[in-house]
Unconditional design. Structure first.
Length: 126
């Protein structure tokens, strides 16, 4: 497992991940939290503290600007997140304002229920 590599190479390393990571990774992590909680956690660590962050690659890169000890286990990119532009966001918000929503996604009530539960749980983690 990738965490054992980091723990062996850097015995004092901290591991911070999102709660939706594989349960075996979450179980071994020192910190589990939402994106904003991960940023806060890393920013509050001493600069000399090494930390591996299990999140989207671009977020890790932004953290590296302030903390050179942040490591990325892989290059997990979200291609659709990186394709969304401000113009796309504007068009979607404008369509809602005009009463003619575009790119609307519908899910079954059961799916929505568990999606909300997952989001609520992420927001509860402190």
């Amino acid at each position: 497992m990738i965490l054992s590599f980091f723990r062996q190479k850097y015995p004092d390393i901290k591991v911070a991940v999102h709660p939706e990571c594989d349960p075996s990774v979450v179980k071994e992590a020192d910190f589990v939290g939402s994106t904003s909680q991960l940023i806060k956690y890393v920013n509050e660590l001493p600069l000399e503290q090494k930390v591996v962050v299990g999140t989207e690659y671009n977020l890790v890169n932004r953290m590296r600007e302030k903390n050179t000890y942040v490591l990325s286990a892989t290059k997990p990119e979200c291609p659709t997140m990186n394709e969304t532009t401000l113009e796309d966001l504007y068009r979607v918000l404008k369509s809602i304002d005009d009463g003619k929503p575009i790119n609307e996604i519908f899910v079954e009530p059961e799916v929505a229920k568990y999606a909300k539960l997952a989001l609520d749980r992420m927001l509860e983690i402190k």
